[in-house]
Design a protein around this ligand. Structure first.
Ligand code: ZN
Length: 147
């Protein structure tokens, strides 16, 4: 189990050091900003939504290791997925980081955030980008905050 924890930690550190899809998306058609005042994490999510699916997704921002790694892994996880699948992913991810039983079995790499459930103050760091993703999908144009 401690080996698994080390592996999870390694993945998170790696995604924090070299975040994937970390750039603005020039041909995006949805965008939202998120802010977690508790930690100071800021994120902007860019989406290209086509035919009910996320054709492309990127992010920019600054924050703690958990929020950056979560944003990076979120972009990898939702790219190419339908909006319905993304809703299930978010639900599963939220259950995982809040320590609830996870019904959704397709979390893949997102499972590295399992340990977050032991640190309730970090839950908002991990979920910020997902709330921001949701806001971008809803296209409300308003800033999202975890409060
Ligand atoms: Zn944070």
């Amino acid at each position: 189990m401690s080996d698994l924890k080390d592996l999870y930690q390694e993945v998170i550190l790696d995604h924090n050091k070299s975040p994937r899809n970390f750039k603005e998306l020039c041909d995006s058609n949805r965008k939202a900003n998120g802010y977690n005042p508790l930690c100071g994490d800021k994120v902007t999510v860019f989406l290209k939504v086509e035919d009910g699916a996320v054709a492309d997704v990127t992010f920019v921002g600054s924050g703690c290791a958990i929020s950056t790694a979560s944003a990076s892994l979120m972009t990898e996880s939702v790219k190419g997925k339908s909006l319905d699948e993304i809703e299930l992913l978010f639900q599963g991810f939220r259950d995982l980081v809040t320590g609830k039983p996870v019904e959704y079995t397709e979390l893949g790499k997102l499972e590295v955030f399992q340990g977050v459930s032991e640190f309730p103050v970090r839950v908002k760091c991990a979920t910020l980008v997902w709330h921001t993703l949701q806001a971008a999908l809803a296209n409300t144009g308003e800033a999202t905050t975890t409060e």
